[in-house]
Design a protein around this ligand. Structure first.
Ligand code: PBG
Length: 336
């Protein structure tokens, strides 16, 4: 009697060699699927960010060269975030509307010296406000005032389009901001400027290192801020579909889910409910946890990184904002 099972269908035949596995692989992550978030500083030297291993704030003068390097590696997009001098911050974030602020200078610099890079510019007030919220507070100081904030974001988006950004990317989660921005852009002749809407952005604990990077983190002893009255409740799934449908109806060109790794079901839901291109943001805390485990020798960084990105693409994201973009593209160039 043989030990063989009577098993005509054996899926291991399809995994038997590297050649078969490569041939039948359903999902790919190429550098063109990635967008690199870049932090820009007023300083003259690169400033390493302790909680984001391998990532530094980049001086304005080095920004275009970094973009050109990314382009050569096949990464076509960057998302710019400024680290504003604390002395320039106010409760209302007026520096966001200074036509010569760091973010606008950075956009002009990049689009003059590296015009081919696809530039996504953040639209939100948190780098500019003393309290770190994404908008202007109400009189009582108890919550972010939606409509006053949208009015400021619209002005910010106009400056940003004027400076040459390819896409404005409202990351604030105010109601009605996509429609208001689209209307204002069109009325001022910026019909070619796109909108990447942070549609399903959750009030997540995974944004910590980003807040260090842009300097919006609370100091030790200060009360942590909650963005739960405008960012989404992590418990909610149907609500993400409503947010995405509204942003699409208001004219968003691309929709985004954020964070990515813990929200793969939301990425899949949106993929199946919209025909817009879909982005996902693998946020700072997702990056930091892989880096930290790898630094302890508990995970292999490259394979954990590659798997995390593959999962986000498999869930249905067309493009991924990730701090791994450059490193991934360098390894990709070496492999191919
Ligand atoms: C705020 C903003 C945040 C991120 C991007 N834009 C943080 C927040 O909502 O407090 C987080 C990105 C990351 O963690 O990598 N407008």
């Amino acid at each position: 009697m043989s030990d063989s099972l009577n098993q005509p269908i054996r899926l291991r035949r399809l995994r038997a060699s590297a050649g078969i596995r490569a041939m039948l692989s359903e999902t790919v992550v190429e550098p063109r699927h990635l967008i690199q978030p870049l932090f820009v500083t007023e300083g003259e030297q690169a400033e390493p960010i302790a909680s984001l291993t391998g990532i530094s704030r980049i001086p304005l003068a080095q920004l275009a060269a970094k973009c050109a390097e990314l382009q050569l590696l096949g990464v076509h997009g960057v998302a710019l975030f400024p680290k504003i001098d604390p002395k320039r911050k106010t409760a209302e974030g007026a520096e966001a509307l200074n036509p010569n602020n760091l973010a606008l200078r950075a956009i002009r610099e990049v689009k003059t010296k590296c015009p081919g890079i696809v530039l996504f510019a953040d639209i939100a007030l948190d780098p500019y406000t003393t309290h770190g919220h994404d908008g202007i507070l109400n009189e009582a100081g108890t919550d972010v005032d939606n409509d006053r904030t949208v009015a400021a974001l619209v002005k910010m988006a106009l400056f940003t389009a004027q400076a040459g950004a390819d896409f404005v990317a409202p990351s604030d989660m105010m109601d009605g901001r996509v429609g208001a921005i689209r209307t204002a852009l069109d009325a001022s002749g910026h019909t070619g400027t796109g909108i990447l809407a942070y549609s399903a952005k959750y009030a997540s604990a995974f944004y910590g290192p980003f807040r260090d990077a842009v300097g919006s983190a609370r100091k030790p002893g200060e009360a942590a801020i909650s963005k739960a009255s405008y960012q989404m409740n992590p418990a909610n799934r149907r609500e993400a579909l409503r947010e995405a449908a509204l942003d699409a109806a208001e004219g968003a060109d691309l929709l985004m889910v954020k964070p990515a790794g813990a929200y793969l079901d939301i990425i899949r839901d949106l993929r199946e409910s919209t025909d817009r291109p879909l982005a996902a943001y693998q946020v700072s805390g997702e990056y930091a946890q892989l880096q930290a485990a790898a630094e302890k020798g508990w995970l292999d960084l490259r394979s954990a990184r590659d798997e995390s990105l593959l999962a986000i693409r498999r869930a249905g994201a067309d493009v991924i904002l990730t701090y791994f973009a450059e490193a991934y593209a360098r390894d990709y160039a070496r492999r191919t």
